[in-house]
Design a protein around this ligand. Structure first.
Ligand SMILES: [Zn+2]
Ligand SMILES: [Zn+2]
Length: 257
């Protein structure tokens, strides 16, 4: 890997290490580009300030951006540091979020649709679910996000853990993959999932993505500095892509907000 755009920090509450430790490790490992994509703060202005303990608070956000900008300067010419965030698309709260991220100077967003509806009133996407209607909701919400044209790539698009009819999975994920292709949005093969043997990357999904002509990118989803690169999982992901005839991008063009 020469670029990893999927990196967390201690601020999200379930990762270890500060920005500098990730940058040091990335330089050592020979990366050219290190994008930070910690879980975005979110302003649920009418239903409570922060409902999931998986993201930084709005108060922590300026500190996150300040420290990344300082690091960007310090590493200039050696390692390109890019301040970004991983974002769920919640239609009602997204416009206000965009204002916050834009005024903070965020350079890119990854789509990471961890929750249906929104995380306060609805549910997590990664639990086993046999209902086609729920998968359809995940896909429709994700397509709406892709169609904003604002997301640099879609992280772990196969997070939804569907246990129902294969025909429904194929139908819905085909819809999702076509939207990714038509909006030119790369799909991420998530190396954290590979590393930990999670239910994603889901081969059913990647067969569809290859068939539909989607482009893929590798993301380390580092929650510890040592995982800003992961050659072992990278090799496995490359084999999946090669076996399926999936185009793998080494770098992706950033989409500004
Ligand atoms: Zn994620
Ligand atoms: Zn992540």
């Amino acid at each position: 890997m020469i670029a990893n755009y999927h990196t967390h920090t201690y601020r999200c509450g379930h990762a270890e290490g500060n920005e500098r430790e990730y940058a040091e490790q990335a330089e050592k490992a020979g990366l050219r580009t290190l994008g930070f994509s910690d879980h975005t703060p979110y302003d649920f202005y009418d239903i409570g300030p922060r409902s999931q303990p998986m993201r930084m608070s709005l108060e922590e956000f300026p500190g996150y951006m300040d420290s990344l900008r300082a690091l960007e300067e310090e590493y200039r010419g050696r390692l390109e540091i890019i301040p970004g965030v991983e974002v769920e698309y919640y239609p009602k709260y997204f416009p206000r979020l965009l204002e916050i991220l834009r005024s903070g100077g965020v350079r890119y967003m990854l789509l990471g649709q961890h929750f249906l509806g929104n995380e306060v009133e609805d549910r997590y996407c990664g639990i086993p679910c046999p209902e086609a209607g729920e998968l359809e909701r995940y896909v429709s919400q994700s397509i709406e996000a892709l169609e904003t044209g604002l997301f640099t790539y879609f992280a772990h698009p196969d997070l939804f853990r569907f246990t129902g009819e294969e025909a429904a999975y194929d139908r819905e994920m085909t819809r999702l993959c076509r939207a990714a292709r038509d909006t030119g949005t790369p799909l991420e093969i998530n190396l954290l999932g590979l590393r930990e043997g999670r239910h994603y990357p889901d081969l059913r999904f990647w067969r569809i993505a290859a068939r539909e002509g989607c482009r893929a990118v590798l993301g380390c989803d580092a929650h510890q500095p040592r995982w800003v690169t992961d050659p072992g999982s990278e090799e496995k992901a490359e084999k999946i892509a090669a076996d399926l005839g999936l185009e793998l991008l080494r770098e992706v063009p950033l989409r500004s907000l």
